[in-house]
Write a protein that binds this ligand. Structure first.
Ligand SMILES: Nc1ncnc2c1ncn2[C@@H]1O[C@H](COP(=O)(O)OP(=O)(O)OP(=O)(O)O)[C@@H](O)[C@H]1O
Ligand SMILES: [Mg+2]
Length: 313
């Protein structure tokens, strides 16, 4: 069992509304409505907790709508190291119609000022060293620059911590400069950050070796239903998931990241690490939510994952 700190700088309250059909501009009645505390780092923490690890969760939370977050943290036994900021944590509304169409409306979230950023930095420098790894996942809130994220990652890395990063756009581009231990972009995110296509295996291998030279030990490139390519220094593996029926892909990337950390911190073999992580991600897509609620299903999904070395092209 490992102690893991996850950082969610821009969490969200996910509000899922289910209705037969959305009539824009009309009064609509929903069949069901659910609110839950979310955000990539919070999601990763939940999957890691399902795998038996001890979690500390941190980032910024709006002080005006804490309830769903605080009750989740209490229920899951997470150490709550979030900095409270004035205003409300954003809401991300997902409108799910019976035909499967989903409309997303993502809120803007609070503006995070310099004092809160400083408070988070101080809190992290104090608590992070007691952890085996730090996960930094998701987008940046308003008021926080990519440069600030880069400096934060540099400080965590200088403390000798294993930093696993899952973000995108300018934040990913800047954070790569800090040389995190592991990154988990999908192919579009990686292409966007590097400014070149990374569709072919050869292009990915070339990009990964540049990233390895920058100090990034593990480059985990997720490719949806096509699986995962994992380039680490000295070895490269591909995993294909078994064919599953897709209920919702929400949390697939977060589940893959949690699974990779689980294997790497448990000293599983690379083959076993990737197999389990790919099965956990496949299990996530079979559910409306995510998480490991059915150990037997996970074991059977693991049997269906194919792992092979990625040979030079
Ligand atoms: N249809 C699918 N069937 C099986 N596994 C899947 C499917 N879609 C995704 N996965 C698994 O989940 C992993 C992560 O998915 P994906 O590459 O879409 O991540 P992402 O783009 O980061 O998604 P997210 O929106 O969760 O951030 C994939 O590498 C794969 O292992
Ligand atoms: Mg993702």
């Amino acid at each position: 069992m490992a102690r893991i700190l996850t950082l969610t700088l821009n969490p969200a309250l996910d509000l899922t509304v289910q209705l037969p059909r959305l009539d824009a501009g009309q009064v609509n009645r929903s069949d069901e409505m659910h609110t839950h505390a979310a955000g990539k780092g919070v999601n990763v923490a939940q999957v890691l907790a399902d795998l038996g690890h001890q979690l500390t969760v941190s980032g910024f939370l709006g002080a005006d709508n804490l309830q769903a977050f605080e009750s989740l943290f209490a229920r899951r036994g997470f150490v709550d190291a979030f900095i409270r900021v004035p205003g409300e944590t954003r809401s991300n509304i997902k409108i799910a119609e019976h035909d499967g169409r989903i409309t997303d409306i993502n809120g803007p979230g609070p503006v995070v000022g310099a004092a809160a950023q400083q408070a988070l930095l101080e809190r992290l420098l104090q608590i992070a060293p007691g952890h085996d790894a730090v996960v930094v996942a998701g987008s940046l809130p308003r008021g926080v620059t990519a440069q600030w994220l880069r400096e934060l990652l540099e400080q965590l890395t200088q403390l000798g911590l294993k930093v696993a990063l899952d973000t995108s756009g300018e934040a990913l581009r800047a954070a790569l400069q800090a040389g995190p231990w592991l990154i988990k972009p999908n192919t579009e995110e990686l292409a966007d950050a590097l400014g070149c296509a990374v569709v072919s295996q050869a292009a990915q291998a070339q990009a990964a070796s540049r990233l390895h030279a920058q100090g990034i030990e593990h480059v985990v490139i997720s490719q949806g239903a096509d699986g995962v390519n994992w380039f680490s220094v000295g070895s490269a593996l591909h995993a294909s998931p078994p064919k599953v029926s897709v209920a919702s892909t929400v949390g697939a990337g977060d589940s893959l990241l949690a699974g990779m950390l689980h294997g790497l911190l448990s000293a599983d073999t690379p083959e076993q690490t990737l197999r389990t992580a790919t099965a956990i991600a496949a299990q996530a897509v079979t559910q409306i939510g995510f998480g490991i609620h059915d150990a037997a299903q996970l074991a059977s999904l693991e049997q269906g994952v194919r792992v092979r070395p990625l040979t030079e092209q």
